[in-house]
Design a protein around this ligand. Sequence first.
Ligand code: SIN
Length: 331
Amino acid sequence: MVDLSVELGPLVLRNPVLSASGTYGHGLEMCHFTPPEEIGGLVSKTVTLLPRAGNEAPRIAETEVGLLNSIGLENKGIDHYVADVLPDMARADTIVVTNIGGESPDDFREMAARLDGEAAIDAFEVNLSCPNVQGGRLPFATDPKTAREVIAGVRAATSKPIFAKLSPNVARISDLALAVEDGGADAITAVNTVLGMALDWRSARPGIATVQGGYSGPAIKPIALRCAWDCARSVSIPVIGCGGIATADDVLEFLVAGCTAIQLGTACFADPALPGRLVRELAALLAEAGIADVKTIIGTVRDGREILASSGAGSPARARETSNEEGLGAR
Ligand code: SIN
């Protein structure tokens, strides 16, 4: 029997597989495909203070290898979430994470304050990284100072664990990771969608009404893996990998890169039963490899830090100073 349990700050998850925000309803909509008790946690769609109608249609375009979306954080607002969604989530036998969104640091703080007393919520995921609001600009996830301010505000408003969801659309994600860790985040979710665009040359029309949107699916896995690895080597808090994950091998790649858990997103649209199945496949793969505890593979990537550590040179900070942008290279 393989031990799949992992720890995300103060939370103990039965396994490292969570749903990704916006791809699995608020969680229980999918319970006939994957019972909540089979997975590590459910992350809600982003909830905001006021209801949001979302962006103009078309809001989704399928591309050759992935999905482009620009939903615009459509949701019915916090009052509806508390009255109509949370009572059901209290029945979910898994970790319940509420993803919160806002247009200002004050919005985020108020969301956390109003939801802090809700017993059904185990943690907040702070959506610093939606690419589809405010004309495609990324005010929170691209500026370390603002990202820190948002997280510090949420930290002051709640004692629940906080996951900070970062964007890949930045030059150096480690700066953002350090900023949110400093602001008081308990974990980092790396990453949200990659900015992209689709168009039909005959009609000259973009695939989605906002022209640019968030690109997801298997094609972004290498980008997400690089971001997650860079975050994990830069901070001491746990990292939750997200982006293009679709198989149990993908899950293990993110764990070896340094992630403590992962989220499944776009792949669930094609197969909502995937989260439960991947947990079973994960256990089988580890058993086959003779690994009894999934925690033992976290961060075992041979990126050069192990050489520095064995030579005595080796703090993570020292490894970062020594490495170039691509890392030290596998040895
Ligand atoms: C959206 O609602 O536009 C997508 C959510 C996100 O990327 O955070």
